[in-house]
Ligand binder design. Structure first.
Ligand SMILES: [Ca+2]
Ligand SMILES: [Ca+2]
Length: 297
């Protein structure tokens, strides 16, 4: 090796070797593991490198900093950095950072994110119950709870609500920076998807304060097929007083042709339109899907 070759060797070694040495790729489960069950990740303070699919992208939990969640086949984890870095839903990323603990939530902080690919399929949300939500297990993962009720219908930002199913209760946190504030949720049971996260108000109690973080309005869903299709006449049949519908405050599913489109009957911001089937017509109020509402038949 001549002098130039040696200098190039030294230069390449200096640049590449440290990156290789720090890039000991480990599964997320290993990065966050807590074998002594004290609520603190055993690798706290260590620098780790993991890969994963972005399950909660940038700008939905924090518009100033990087506050995302990633998941590999072993586990999920929060990735945080005071530097804003782009991460879209479904991105495959390489993350190097320090294993850290914030209010009971394990995170990879001071993280550097490298994009490896885009539009990867998201992991199937893990089906949990409210009782299972209140444990350390599966923290950082994308999860789903079915058959839940929520303690309020009009959802506001920076607010916590109680979720309840047949196994107990847990907490859902509506982050103000998501699109969710203002969403009118279901008054009866529904399915919710979100990140299983944690924020304990008492840092001496590291195994409390578990909360679900929905990301989008579409994380709240009603299984429409579980609601029987009814005729419009049946839907608005009056009860004993001859005026109040028997089905008042019940979720119903009807179908009909639009006879009065929303662009005629809407005043203010809540769309209003009329539909009709073979039996009767009915007013549809405060509906979604604006393109459909405005169509004339
Ligand atoms: Ca530990
Ligand atoms: Ca935790």
């Amino acid at each position: 090796m001549n002098w130039d070759g040696f200098r190039r060797f030294v230069l390449v070694s200096t640049l590449i070797l440290p990156a290789l040495l720090t890039a000991q790729l480990i599964p997320i489960r290993e990065a966050i593991e807590d074998l002594d069950n004290d609520g603190k990740p055993d690798r706290r303070g260590q620098t780790v490198t993991v890969t994963g699919i972005v399950t909660a992208p940038d700008s939905i939990f924090d518009i100033r900093y990087t506050d995302i969640y990633i998941q590999d086949s072993s586990a999920g984890v929060n990735v945080f950095s005071f530097t804003f870095q782009n991460a879209d839903l479904g991105d495959s990323v390489l993350v190097t950072g320090r294993v850290d603990l914030y209010r009971g939530k394990t995170e990879i902080s001071n993280a550097t994110i490298t994009l490896l690919g885009t539009n990867r399929p998201l992991p199937e949300p893990r089906l949990l119950t409210c009782a299972q939500m209140n444990k350390e297990e599966y923290e950082g993962e994308l999860v789903r709870i079915s058959g839940v009720r929520i303690g309020a219908v009009f959802l506001q930002g920076n607010s916590n609500y109680v979720l309840e199913d047949s196994t107990g209760t847990t907490q859902v946190r509506i982050d103000a920076e998501t699109e969710i504030p203002g969403f009118v949720c279901y008054p009866d049971t529904f399915t919710i998807i979100g990140i299983k996260s944690q924020y304990t108000s008492d840092t001496t109690q590291l195994l409390t304060g578990y909360q679900l973080l929905p990301r989008f309005r579409t994380d709240f869903s009603k299984d429409a097929l579980s609601i029987p299709l009814r005729t419009i006449a049946e839907t608005q049949r009056p009860g004993p007083d001859g005026v109040t519908p028997e089905l008042l405050n019940t979720w119903v599913r009807v179908q009909g042709r639009i006879t009065g489109p929303a662009r005629i009957f809407t005043s203010g911001s809540s769309p209003s339109l009329y539909i009709q089937d073979q039996t009767q017509g009915i007013n549809i109020y405060n509906c979604t899907s604006p393109a459909e509402q405005t169509r004339f038949l």
